[in-house]
Design a protein around this ligand. Sequence first.
Ligand code: AMP
Length: 176
Amino acid sequence: MSREFAESLIVEIADYPTPGVIFKDLTPVFSEPKAMAYVLEVCAAHFASKGVTKIAGIEARGFMVGAALASHMGIGFVPIRKQGKLPRETYRVEYSLEYGQDAIEIHTDALKSTDHVLLVDDVLATGGTAIAAGQLVEQCGATLSGLAVLLNLDFLGGDVRFKQAFPQTDVFTVFS
Ligand code: AMP
């Protein structure tokens, strides 16, 4: 499976969910096993020597890549969820996103101080969600190692904002 073929599966939807947004639909990548194998292989290879001990996936499409990557790398998976979804005590961070406002949470006991955490999501847009997720990892007392996304919408500056917020981390994009 070539990178070009895997990337060609991404579908762009104009004006979804609001006018002016070009939504990047990665579900065709998730449904093609060879494309997913390519995604997991390049992410795992990039982070293989970085001492990552946990993957934290950002709801909801970050779960699809994050849980598969955790299994592929032989490490644990932790969900970062929209507010009100986790059943036990949580830390919470509120943030702005490309189209609205939200809050995300993590179980307070999800990570240990010895953990080195890789955040995973499908698309990095303004960076608000990923920065909030990084703040949750740090609230848990763990070390934030990096962020892996399939697509970075670089014209929105999320990668720059994330690096400003967490200069020591490694931001990796599979397709662009
Ligand atoms: P942001 O906080 O602005 O970086 O937004 C990132 C989150 O919103 C990610 O979880 C993405 O799944 C989703 N998202 C934002 N913009 C888009 C887009 N244009 N296409 C697909 N997903 C998007």
